[in-house]
Write a protein that binds this ligand. Sequence first.
Ligand code: URA
Length: 230
Amino acid sequence: MERIDKILTSLGYGSRKEVQSFIKRGHVSIDWIVTKDVKLKANHENIRFDGEMLDSYPLIIAMNKPANFVCSHNDSGKLIYSLLPQRWQQRNPKISTIGRLDSDTTGIILLTDDGELNHTLTSPKKHIKKIYKVTLAMPLNGNEVDIFASGGLMLRGEDKPCLSARLTVVDDFNVYLELIEGRYHQVKRMFGALGNKVVKLHREQFANIRADDLKEGEYRVISKEEILFI
Ligand code: URA
């Protein structure tokens, strides 16, 4: 059990002061009985705000990221978090993306305020699968499938080669690339290392989660159990 004002504040219902004022004005009930005692302790599932169950904690969100949104929390550009409801944006711990996509990359991205889950899903040891749809500036040479599969491709400034990656060719300019790691700008740098350039990048899949049913900027709440990554 935790203090109700603390629970509501961490879920973004308002600042501590605002939440205490909501409680004193009778917005909060425990087991359907309105309480005005800000110091009262309760369990999340027994608290209601204006008669409604509280937002769940933790939250895991699957979003179809639009282009021109950044995954960082402190950037002067448009933040991906601004696409979420205001209350979720005010959570503490904060909702963060699980890994990052570049501003110009679209597609599936998971977000959560569960630090442990975030850590697990970004751990290089877990080898989480990511599938990208890539459009290239120049036609393929023909050797890319083998080079990417070899596990020997070195990226500039790194001391370990990329792990073996599966490239599926659609046509000379369009491919699917399946990675089990997530280095900085990895897809763009892999093609850059072979003298090509990525002009469009869309992530189709993260672990087993896809965003085919979501329009750009749309999201859905998912459960931990939905994510199959072992
Ligand atoms: N690789 C990239 O180069 N960019 C992304 O956004 C994701 C993977």
